[in-house]
Design a protein. Structure first.
Length: 325
C-alpha cells in the first residue's frame, strides 16, 4: 500500500520542524474563543513571570511578618522573627489610634470619588467619540491624566514646595470667592428633600481636579468600547424611529456595561493604591520606623478589606451587565 504523500513529506522533516508543524496545525484547529484565550495568556505571561520571580517570595515573607514580632539586627544586616499569633492585628484594630479612622475616611472618600470618576470618564468618552474638528487634539488633552496620574508626577505635585506655596497663595487671595461659594452652597442645601444629593454634587464639583486627574485610563477603556459598537445598529434604530435618548439606553449603555464593571474594579483598586492615600501613608510611616510586623499587618488588613469591597461591588454590578456575542 502506498503511503500518503503528506506522510512522506513529514517523514523527511527534522523532528523540531515536525513538532512545529504539529503545534501549528493544532492551533489552527482551535475555535476563535480558545485562540483569544491563548493570546491573552501570552500577553499577561510577562507579568506572571515577573510576579513569580520578583514578588512571590517577598509577599510570603511579609505574610510571615504579620504573625511575628520582627526585630532588626542592623550590625549583621538581618532580622529575626518570633511568632506572636494575631497580636499585630489586635494592635492595628484595637490599639492604634489612627488606622481605623483613616480607613473609614478613605472608604467614604472612595464612595464619593469612584461613581463620579465613572460618570465623568463615560461622559468625556461619549464626547470625544463624536466626529468634530480638532478631535485628535481634544483626545490628547483628556489622555494627559494617564501620564499626570502616574505615581511620580503625583508625588511631585504633592511634595513640591513651589506648587504648595502657589496653592496657599491662591487660597489666601480667593478668600472672598470662597466665602461667596460657601454662601451659595448653604442656600442650595438649606431645606428640601434634595439636600443630600446637592451636597454630593457640590462635593464632586469641589473634587473635580482630582477626578479629572484620575479618569484618563477609564476614558480610554470606555472610548475603545464605544468604537466597537457597529454603526449599523444606530442606523437601524434611527430607521425604526428611535430617538438619541432611546438609542443610548437600548444600545450604547447595554453594549458598554461590561466595561463599566472593568472600570469600577480598576477605579476602586487605583483609588486605594494612590500615593496620597492616607492609609498607604500610615503603612509607609510604620515601615520607616522599622516596625515591619505592624506595617505588614496593616498592609494585609488593608489588602483584605479592599478585596472584599471589590468582590461585593463586582458581584452587584455583574448582575446588570449585558454580554453579547
Amino acid at each position: 500500500m502506498s503511503e500518503n504523500p503528506q506522510t512522506q513529506i513529514n517523514a523527511g522533516q527534522p523532528k523540531k520542524e515536525k513538532k512545529r508543524n504539529f503545534l501549528s496545525q493544532k492551533y489552527h484547529n482551535l475555535d476563535f474563543q480558545k485562540k483569544n484565550a491563548i493570546a491573552g495568556y501570552l500577553f499577561i505571561s510577562p507579568f506572571i513571570i515577573g510576579f513569580l520571580v520578583f514578588m512571590f517570595l517577598p509577599i510570603l515573607e511579609s505574610l510571615r511578618m504579620v504573625f511575628s514580632e520582627v526585630t532588626m539586627d542592623l550590625e549583621n544586616n538581618r532580622y529575626d522573627m518570633v511568632f506572636n499569633g494575631l497580636s499585630n492585628f489586635y494592635y492595628v484594630f484595637q490599639t492604634d489610634p489612627e488606622f481605623n479612622r483613616l480607613l473609614t475616611e478613605e472608604l467614604f472618600r472612595m464612595l464619593l470619588s469612584v461613581p463620579a470618576i465613572l460618570v465623568f470618564s463615560f461622559f468625556v468618552a461619549m464626547i470625544i467619540n463624536q466626529k468634530f474638528k480638532g478631535r485628535s487634539f481634544v483626545r490628547s488633552v483628556f489622555f494627559l491624566p494617564v501620564i499626570l496620574s502616574a505615581g511620580v508626577m503625583l508625588g511631585l505635585e504633592t511634595n513640591n514646595m513651589l506648587l504648595g506655596e502657589m496653592r496657599s497663595y491662591v487660597q489666601q487671595n480667593n478668600a472672598m470667592t470662597n466665602t461667596i461659594t460657601n454662601v451659595l452652597e448653604e442656600i442650595l442645601i438649606s431645606g428640601g428633600a434634595m439636600d443630600e444629593f446637592l451636597y454630593y454634587v457640590i462635593q464632586v464639583v469641589n473634587e473635580i481636579y482630582g477626578i479629572a486627574l484620575t479618569s484618563g485610563m477609564q476614558i480610554i477603556i470606555f472610548l475603545s468600547g464605544l468604537q466597537t459598537i457597529s454603526p449599523s445598529m444606530y442606523e437601524a434604530s434611527k430607521i425604526e424611529g428611535a430617538t438619541a435618548w432611546e438609542s443610548f439606553w437600548k444600545i450604547t449603555f447595554p453594549m458598554i456595561s461590561s466595561l463599566i464593571l472593568v472600570n469600577l474594579i480598576y477605579s476602586i483598586i487605583d483609588y486605594f493604591l494612590r500615593s496620597d492615600n492616607t492609609v498607604m501613608e500610615k503603612v509607609t510611616s510604620e515601615i520607616a520606623k522599622m516596625d515591619y510586623g505592624l506595617s505588614s499587618a496593616m498592609a494585609w488588613a488593608y489588602f483584605i478589606i479592599v478585596i472584599i469591597i471589590v468582590g461585593i461591588s463586582a458581584g452587584i454590578i455583574s448582575r446588570r451587565v449585558y454580554y453579547y456575542e
